[in-house]
Design a protein around this ligand. Structure first.
Ligand code: SF4
Length: 204
């Protein structure tokens, strides 16, 4: 959980994400962009909803916009890739204790979902991605990513992670000539983290 703060914007209205997408187009015009960040924070009451101070709210929203912009920039190239992987965070599993029947394979390292809970988003994401031909990894942490990418020579990777982790991974992906698409967590933390499954499905 690289952010020094926790947040939950999973209940934010859908319009919020539309505004994030629109703002990504205006990124680069500094004054306009800063005003846009303040507008979004104020309009969607992000500080009240998350309990974050203004600086942390700005960082969170800026990262969401940056991720959207990076996704847009890389989308064309990503769609050309053939060998792909989906990287999911283990903290989005329905259970983090023995009720999760996933088996941990330390050699990779990844959890392998046993599909024990139909309403587990990691389960749903795993099934859908595999149907689309992806290899799926449920990672205990971001430090596992380089080993997985080096071992399998993936051309395209979809990663679900918090905004700061996504941004940290981008340089690594480009140095390995891997094209990435990201789905940001809407609620971070050490467990019960949340991502938007529909956004992920559209991204795959
Ligand atoms: S469905 Fe998979 S990831 Fe979810 S709790 Fe069960 S084994 Fe774990």
């Amino acid at each position: 959980m690289p952010y020094k703060f926790t947040f939950d914007i999973s209940k934010t209205p859908h319009r919020f994400f539309t505004e994030i997408a629109l703002a990504s187009y205006n990124r680069g015009v500094h004054k306009v962009f800063l005003n846009t960040l303040h507008d979004i924070i104020s309009k969607f009451r992000i500080q009240e909803a998350t309990g974050l101070n203004l600086d942390d709210s700005l960082l969170l929203i800026q990262d969401l916009i940056d991720i959207q912009a990076l996704n847009l920039m890389q989308r064309g190239k990503f769609l050309q890739t053939k060998k792909r992987a989906l990287l999911l965070p283990h903290c989005s599993r329905k259970y983090m204790d023995g009720r999760c029947k996933a088996v941990f394979d330390a050699n990779i390292p990844t959890y392998v979902c046993a599909h024990c809970s139909p309403d587990c988003d990691v389960n749903k994401a795993t099934r859908i991605a595999k149907e689309k031909g992806y290899d799926v990894y449920i990672l205990p942490g971001g430090s596992c990513v380089p080993k997985i990418l080096k071992t399998h020579n993936y051309e395209g990777v979809v990663g679900v992670a918090c905004g700061e982790e996504v941004k940290m991974s981008m340089d690594m992906l480009s140095s390995m000539d891997v094209t990435g698409q990201s789905v940001p967590l809407l609620k971070n933390g050490c467990s019960n983290t949340v991502f938007n499954l529909n956004t992920l499905i559209k991204t795959l």
